[in-house]
Every structure is written in structure tokens, then in C-alpha cells.
Design a protein around this ligand. Structure first.
Ligand code: OOB
Length: 544
């Protein structure tokens, strides 16, 4: 197996330790501490199912330790990587802390991923285990798991929360914690996150205990969390925003409680705000808009809500302006990435900053550059490419030399692909993207990844996928498909083909246009990037 590493240069690692950013803590150690300091305090209120369940810190620790030992009893060894694909439920946290306790590494997949993505994660991470729910949102994950096993012989263990059929039942994975290994090194990789991706398939992002715990501690402080905080986890819990900004893990660190709703529906969620006195929640812009639209019909007491975070995609100032009066709480914009850097508007920032910017970095040690195409810094207020290096931003993806060559500069900066401008206070405003990825309601994927699927359809000569601004989704995807001579292709046929390829639903193009040729101007062969740009401009100049 390829080792999991995150190669922070020695000098920087030493500086982060000296500055007290990296304190040598690990996740198993933190959970033990929490459980001994506040065993009876609620950690999780799981209202995702009909019967609401409360898990205290003591119970979370107990269940995680037994689950972790159970994994070892099933034959998985410390060091193993395990893909975790669960909806928002208490078992997600039992699984993740259980894996940590067993010295194993979660690979965080999203419920929307399908066989193609899961098999890719299993391959890339060399994962030997997969943890799923039986079904969720009308999708049965067990047949998918069978297909992944057939495709990836390395996968030995599938654990199912719910009706397990031939697989191991989540509830039966339990053993005496005496078999658990010693704590991992704080500098070691704790888990792998999934990148949104600019090119090709999603990449794997190794994050260390040291770096992630630092970002949690600072996030919890910036968001004003304490033991009374109650966080409603609306977006998928495995997403970096919901996990760590400050997310569920930041809430645990502060001693608060995570509330898990049955869905992202405004009524369901806001009734939980009233019932459990929720103080903070986090949404993507399209969901915030849905909640705003639904608000006139909803009569719940929202007086406990202090902070509504919005991030994952650009929040338009017109929508931003409505949030505070509508929900009676502070708006906090969050601009982050699974690779590391997270920016927040601060709760006491002037209104103009809260509405119009995406905030500033967590840390004074976040080294930010805004540069032009040639890599030279642009003037203050001018748009440029955002590059970053710092105490919780990765220096490399896992097992992906070509992505590493593209995404990191020689002096160790991560090229985010985001076009931003920066003001005198250091606040960033996101202006766009330099890469060809689509951010559809906060869910990201690369144009190239889906183009490659469409190219596999016999009869397709060429295809280009572009992002089109969309008032609800932020961006929607439009595929321009050129058939081979004499072939008739229909959008419905292409959509069906894509569904059969078992990819996440959000990647299926919102629009498909069949064109006779992709290259309208005879200026020689355009690069893919320029071609996409040209198609996008042509599409935007069409009358509505
Ligand atoms: C978060 O993480 P990812 O990895 O799913 O996506 C990162 C990308 C950024 O590079 C940027 O292009 C976009 O998503 N993005 C935003 C944004 N927040 C993220 N674009 C405009 N405005 C924003 N507020 O999405 C993520 C991770 C941690 C915290 C928050 C979001």
C-alpha cells in the first residue's frame, strides 16, 4: 500500500508547532478527553429518523471504541483505509471515531456518489472497507456495493447500517476495546477528503490530526462556539464545510451538540431549531434561498438562532442582504476548500463586509497570494488567482503526481483555481474560477470528468461541458454534444447513458445541446479551455 503522507516541509512544521498551532493532539485522544470531561452531555441529537436518539459524549466514546475494536475483529488492520458513505446520522460519527480509534483512515464519500466514484475512491485510496447505509433518499446502496466489490477485489469488508443482507451489520461490529492500538502520531494523516476537482476525477486530500484540529479550534473560536452551542447539520456531514468549519467536529471540540435533521427541508429544519434551541447552522446559497422563500409559511420560534453560515458557492449580495432580517441572526459567509484554507466573515464585521465579501483566512499564518497568469502579484482590489500556503492547507494530494505538479507551486503554494480580489483588511471576494469545474449548488465536479463519460457513448464525436450562471443553482451545466456524421443523438438518450454509468446525479448535465460542430471559428484547434469559454460566451449571448 502506498503510505498516507502529508509532506509539510520540516521547517514549516517546526514553526507551526513553536507558534502553538499544532499542539500534538489526535482525534482518539480528544474523544477520550471529551468523554471524561462531560460524559453525560449530549453530543448528538439524531432526529434523522422517526425516533429521535440522543448520544452523550460518554456514549459516543463507548460506541466508537467498541466499533473500532469490532473492525479489527472483522480482520481489518490498523492503517487500513475505509470509504465511509453514510447519510446524516449518529452512526456516521460512531464510524469515524471508531476508525480513528482503530488507527484506520476514513475516506469521506458523499451520499450522492455512485458506483463509479466509490470504485475510484477504493482504487485510489487502496481501501479495504466500505461503510454504507442500506438505503437513503430512494437509493439502495447494497447493489452498488456488490458492483464495487466485483470491480475492486481489494475491498473485503462492507458494513451496512440497516438491513445488511449478506454484508456485516453495523450494529454487530463490536468488540472489546482492549485490542485497540496506541494513539497515532499527531503529524500522521487522519483521513482523506474528496476534492471538487478542476480536471479529471476527484482527488484525495490527506489531512493530518495536527492540521485539522488546529483549523477546528480556530473555527470554533471565530464562530463563538461554547458548550451551549447547538449546530444543525443540514448539508452532508462528510463535507468539509459541515465537518470542520466549524461543523460537527468544531462543535464537539467546544463541547456543544450536533442536531441531525431528517432532510434539508426548511420546515423540518426550522422546527428543529425551535425544539432544540439550535444556535448555528450552515447552508449553501441555493438552500438559503429556498429557506427564504419558504419562510412566510413557517411559524417557528427562531430566537435561539445566532449564526447562519453560508458557503460552498458564491452568495449574491442581494440574497445576503435578506438573511439577517429574515432569520433574525448573524450572517457569516464561509469560503473554504477541502484542501485547507477557510475564510470567514467575522461575526462583528461591518455589515458591508458581511454582505459583500467572503471573509478572511482563519490564521495569521495563512500565506495568501493573489497573482496574474504570469504569477506576479496583482494590485489590491484587482482580480487574480488565489494561492495559499499555511498551517492547515495541504502540500500534496494522495497518489496523484500529475495533479500535484499542476496544483502546487515550487515554493509550496496551493493553486486554488479561484479568482478573487482582496481589500485592505484582507477580506476576499470571489470573482470566478480559472479552472473548468462546475459548482452546481455547492456540489463540484470537473467538466472533463463528465465529458469523458459522454465520449464513451458510441456515436459521439466530441463534447464540451460548460457552466452557465443559474439564478437558483448558482451554476448549471450545459453539454454541447457533436454526433458523428450520420448519427442522430437525443438528449434523453445521453442522459440515460450517463445514469447507466452510475455517476452522481448532480453530474448529469442540466442541459444538453446537440450541435453540428463544436469549433465554429476556423482558427486552428482551440484548447479545451478556450473552446469551453467560447461556447459559454455564445450560449450567454443567445436571447433568453
Ligand atoms: C467547500 O469546499 P469544497 O472543497 O467542496 O469546494 C471548494 C471550492 C472553492 O475552491 C471555491 O471554488 C468554492 O468551492 N467555494 C466558494 C465558496 N466556498 C467555496 N465560492 C464562492 N464563495 C464561497 N463562499 O466548498 C468548503 C469547505 C469548507 C468551508 C466552506 C466551503
Amino acid at each position: 500500500m502506498r503510505p498516507l503522507i502529508q509532506p509539510y516541509p520540516d521547517a514549516r512544521a517546526a514553526a507551526y508547532r513553536t507558534a502553538g498551532y499544532w499542539r500534538g493532539e489526535t482525534f482518539p485522544q480528544l474523544l477520550r478527553q471529551w468523554a471524561s470531561q462531560r460524559p453525560a452531555a449530549p453530543a448528538i441529537i439524531d432526529a434523522s429518523q422517526q425516533n429521535t436518539r440522543v448520544l452523550t459524549y460518554g456514549e459516543l466514546h463507548h460506541r466508537a471504541a467498541h466499533f473500532g475494536a469490532g473492525l479489527i475483529a472483522q480482520g481489518l488492520k490498523p492503517g487500513a483505509r475505509v470509504v465511509v458513505q453514510l447519510p446524516n446520522c449518529a452512526e456516521f460519527f460512531v464510524a469515524v471515531f471508531g476508525l480513528f480509534a482503530a488507527g484506520m483512515h476514513p475516506v469521506f464519500a458523499l451520499p450522492a456518489h455512485r458506483q463509479t466514484e466509490i470504485a475510484h475512491f477504493v482504487d485510489r485510496a487502496e481501501a479495504e472497507g466500505l461503510i454504507i447505509a442500506d438505503s437513503h433518499d430512494g437509493f439502495d446502496y447494497r447493489p452498488m456495493a456488490r458492483d464495487v466489490i466485483a470491480q475492486c477485489p481489494r475491498l473485503q469488508q462492507v458494513i451496512v447500517h440497516g438491513a445488511a443482507e449478506e454484508f456485516s451489520a453495523f450494529s454487530a461490529v463490536s468488540a472489546d476495546p482492549a485490542t485497540l492500538p496506541r494513539d497515532p502520531s499527531p503529524a500522521s494523516v487522519a483521513f482523506l477528503l474528496i476534492s471538487g476537482g478542476s480536471t479529471g476525477l476527484p482527488k484525495l486530500i490527506p489531512r493530518t490530526h495536527d492540521d485539522y484540529i488546529y483549523s477546528l479550534r480556530e473555527s470554533a473560536r471565530i464562530c463563538g462556539l461554547d458548550r451551549t452551542s447547538r449546530y444543525l447539520a443540514v448539508l452532508p456531514v462528510a463535507h468539509n464545510f459541515t465537518l470542520s468549519s466549524p461543523g460537527s467536529l468544531g462543535v464537539f471540540l467546544a463541547g456543544g451538540c450536533v442536531v441531525l435533521p431528517p432532510s434539508s427541508d426548511a420546515k423540518a429544519c426550522l422546527s428543529l431549531v425551535e425544539r432544540y434551541r439550535v444556535s448555528i447552522t450552515a447552508l449553501v446559497p441555493p438552500l438559503a434561498q429556498l429557506w427564504l422563500n419558504g419562510l412566510p409559511d413557517i411559524r417557528f420560534d427562531l430566537s435561539s438562532l445566532r449564526v447562519m453560515q453560508i458557503g460552498g458557492a458564491k452568495l449574491q449580495p442581494e440574497i445576503a442582504r435578506q438573511i439577517e432580517p429574515a432569520f433574525g441572526c448573524r450572517l457569516q459567509q464561509v469560503f473554504g476548500m477541502a484542501e485547507g484554507l477557510v475564510n470567514y466573515t467575522r461575526l462583528d464585521d461591518p455589515q458591508q463586509v458581511r454582505i459583500n465579501t467572503q471573509g478572511r483566512p482563519i490564521s495569521e499564518a495563512d500565506d495568501i497570494r493573489v497573482v496574474d497568469e504570469a504569477g506576479n502579484p496583482v494590485a489590491l482590489g484587482q482580480p487574480g488567482q488565489l494561492q495559499v500556503r499555511g498551517p492547515y492547507t495541504i502540500c500534496a494530494y494522495h497518489n496523484d503526481p500529475s495533479a500535484n505538479a499542476r496544483s502546487f507551486t515550487e515554493d509550496g503554494f496551493y493553486c486554488t483555481g479561484d479568482i478573487v480580489s482582496r481589500d485592505e483588511q484582507g477580506n476576499l471576494t470571489v470573482r470566478g474560477r480559472s479552472g473548468d469545474h462546475i459548482n452546481r449548488a455547492g456540489e463540484k465536479f470537473s467538466a472533463e470528468e463528465v465529458e469523458d463519460h459522454i465520449l464513451a457513448l458510441p456515436g459521439v464525436m466530441d463534447v464540451a461541458i460548460v457552466a452557465i450562471p443559474d439564478t437558483t443553482l448558482g451554476e448549471r451545466s450545459c453539454a454541447f454534444v457533436q454526433p458523428r456524421d450520420g448519427v442522430t443523438l437525443r438528449p434523453a438518450h445521453i442522459r440515460r447513458f450517463l445514469r447507466e454509468r452510475q455517476i452522481a446525479g448532480f453530474k448529469i448535465p442540466d442541459e444538453i445541446e446537440i450541435v453540428t460542430t463544436l469549433q465554429k471559428t476556423a482558427v486552428g484547434k482551440l484548447s479545451r479551455k478556450d473552446l469551453r469559454q467560447q461556447l459559454r460566451e455564445a450560449r450567454l449571448s443567445e436571447p433568453a
